[in-house]
Design a protein around this ligand. Structure first.
Ligand code: SF4
Length: 334
């Protein structure tokens, strides 16, 4: 009888993600065996009542070591990225999402976004990023933002160029608490920004930053630059411009171009080299937002239940890190 219950436990626990629990039917006399097996295998015996035992799966082997090496706010599944849509008013030559005015919208929609954020928040998501494409092309973005902020702090990534008329009214409807705008501005003067994003885009992005600040929003500014374009003088001028606007240094970001999407140059990013940031599009769940259009970083086509996709990302991340660790320890040339 004991052999039967142990096999049953191994089989059932093997299908669970860390932290999930399962109810296992037991027979008289199995209670001690179940308790000893849980202790040895690193799982938690939640309860034994009558002919049922409830067991929670413990952490993946090695998870604690991997976790200790990753900042808490970067642990996979704490940040959730959502591609609201893929069309954009711009067609930047390095766009990792291959967005443009001609790109199909591929919209997730307010209801699915609300469900994703609610499920994510119940499973450890502490921050949501809405991106695209250009989210401000959607005329219900204010409703989407309000629904997200009900659960977790939310940031919308935007090129900042559409704050006019109806979309300005939509911006004004958005909450100030628990919400930020991340506006793209690649340089302190127009030349570099417009080179990649189109004539006149720098001037309009800067106007968008000023509008958002005047409306009382927290504004982060993010520059995307190739290695050779971000010399010390350019970086200093960028910070000086944003300091002058009253934007906190922690909200001034400079990041490299990723060799993804339209970019034929830039930093190569693979599932093994990235800390994953779970990313959902209308087409599936992906490993990281820089590769939300690339099948090599597709995790699953099933958007729901989201907790299963998050657990799968965590499981693979721990596995990659442990494999890299093992390889590094074994590979000595002398
Ligand atoms: S980089 Fe941003 S602004 Fe440029 S095309 Fe892509 S989504 Fe649009």
């Amino acid at each position: 009888m004991s052999r039967h219950i142990v096999l049953d436990l191994v089989e059932r626990i093997g299908t669970l993600a860390a932290g999930d629990q399962v109810e296992v039917p037991i027979s008289a006399g199995d209670a001690d065996v179940v308790a000893r097996w849980c202790e040895r295998a690193g799982h938690q015996l939640v309860s034994i009542e009558g002919d049922r035992a409830v067991v929670r799966r413990g952490p993946l082997p090695g998870e604690a070591t991997v976790r200790a090496a990753v900042p808490a706010d970067r642990w996979p599944g704490t940040r959730l990225w959502i591609y609201t849509n893929f069309d954009c008013n711009l067609a930047c030559d390095y766009c990792c999402a291959r967005s443009s005015p001609q790109a199909p919208r591929r919209e997730l929609g307010s209801d699915r976004i609300r469900r994703l954020v609610a499920e994510g928040a119940r499973h450890g998501v502490t921050e949501v990023f809405l991106t695209g494409g250009e989210p401000f092309l959607l005329l219900d973005l204010d409703e989407i933002v309000r629904r997200c902020v009900e659960w977790v702090p939310t940031t919308v990534l935007t090129n900042g160029m559409l704050f006019k008329g109806r979309r300005l009214r939509m911006l004004r409807n958005m909450p100030r608490a628990g919400f930020a705008l991340q506006i793209s501005l690649d340089s302190a003067s127009a030349a570099l920004h417009d080179l990649h994003r189109g004539d006149g885009s720098w001037r309009r992005a800067l106007a968008g930053i000023r509008t958002a600040l005047e409306e009382g929003f927290r504004v982060r500014v993010a520059a995307t630059v190739a290695g050779g374009e971000a010399g010390a003088e350019e970086v200093a001028a960028f910070h000086e411009l944003l300091d002058g606007l009253g934007i906190d240094r922690s909200d001034q970001l400079i990041r490299p171009i990723a060799q993804r999407g339209f970019a034929d140059d830039g930093v190569m990013l693979t599932v093994e080299s990235l800390i994953p940031e779970v990313t959902v599009t209308a087409d599936g769940v992906y490993w990281h937002p820089v590769a939300a259009n690339h099948d090599d970083q597709l995790v699953t086509r099933e958007l729901f239940p989201l907790d299963q996709a998050i657990d799968e990302v965590r499981r693979r991340f721990v596995q990659y890190r442990r494999e890299a660790d093992t390889a590094a320890r074994r590979f000595t040339c002398a």
